[in-house]
Design a protein around this ligand. Sequence first.
Ligand code: PMP
Length: 410
Amino acid sequence: MNLPIYMDNAATTRTDPRVVEAMLPSFTETYGNPGSRNHAFGWESEKLIDKARAQAASLIGAGPKEIVWTSGATESNNLAIKGAAQMYAKAPAGSEGRGHIITAIIEHKAVLDPCKRLEREGFDVTWLEPGPDGIITAQMVKKAMRDDTILVTIMWANNEVGTINEVPEIGAACRERGIVFHTDATQWVGKMPTDVEKDNIDLLSWSGHKIYGPKGVGALYVRRRRPRVRLQAQMDGGGHERGMRSGTLNVSGIVGFGAACEICEQEMESERERLLALRLKMERELASRMDVVEINGHAERRLPHLTNISFGFVEGESLMMGIKDIACSSGSACTSASLEPSYVLKGLGLGDELAHSSLRLSLGRWTTEEEVDHAIDGIVEAVEHLRRLSPLYDLHKEGIDITTIEWQTH
Ligand code: PMP
């Protein structure tokens, strides 16, 4: 077993060597610009792009012409959210009352921030809050809908806790009311079966580096039929990708993205089962070997490979220091530079302290049972060590409810 152990697959994944293999010829052999329509170098590159489009579309039950290449899920989300809001706005830029958008406080920053920008630009945004199980339900979305609602954007699975929202049901409710529905499916696609038809999706974002493909490449599914969805471009230029995303295509990245999608489609089912068994083992053992261990979010409606666990009476940063040979995350990687407790865990109703003492562990294609066993032992050892130093844990063991203590402040 190699140390450190990688358990941060929700932050990014190792590129599958088969994907790298597929990408290599595009650097030095098939290096033409797929936009070059008048010579063989361009045609050969375009063939690679077409193949990747078919591979990506197949993974989500879409048509190849419904795939728009981007630089990652951040860009896909920006294009979907700002592009749809601007296209379907009910009033011109600069005025109030441009339309209503529904999203949730547990979304990734790459959804929250575009929505906040739209709010400043005259759109009205409803920020839904989940219950303690972390789920955004169709009922919540339906209740928030108004006559002027133009866009709903709800993530499929949450990147910090792994909980799964009621996406097909939310999509159905949007379809009924003629509202455009976008889902940030970055943590979902490639891990769980996806069918944009059955699941009633108009716009769907995903990213290469979360599915064992390269970083810096993503895709946006844009529905073309029943109904056709139109977007305002966010990048002006040569009019690539049917005018929706200008810029010379990242051929190597796109080839890798396509290959990664095909492997996921073939191996998803067995991978899911294997990782689910490992995750359940980890949760079961951590919860049975120690007390005051909370698994955050809904117990069953969750991704197979991701868990988020709070360990009472330990401080998150010290715990991370104590498990240096296990690479994981406290909160999300995007916010771990700051010591602020995770806004997602707080959104689930966790207090600052428990939110601070939480780990996100995400397993992946190369995680072994041996690594899981090592991680369990390492975490138990670190938590027990920190609790031995904790006077509050001593009080807890004596049966004193520390929330009822009246501390003397002078
Ligand atoms: N949305 C979600 C749910 C994510 O987990 C991430 C990656 N942290 C992103 C969007 C951003 O993806 P990318 O890194 O491809 O821009």
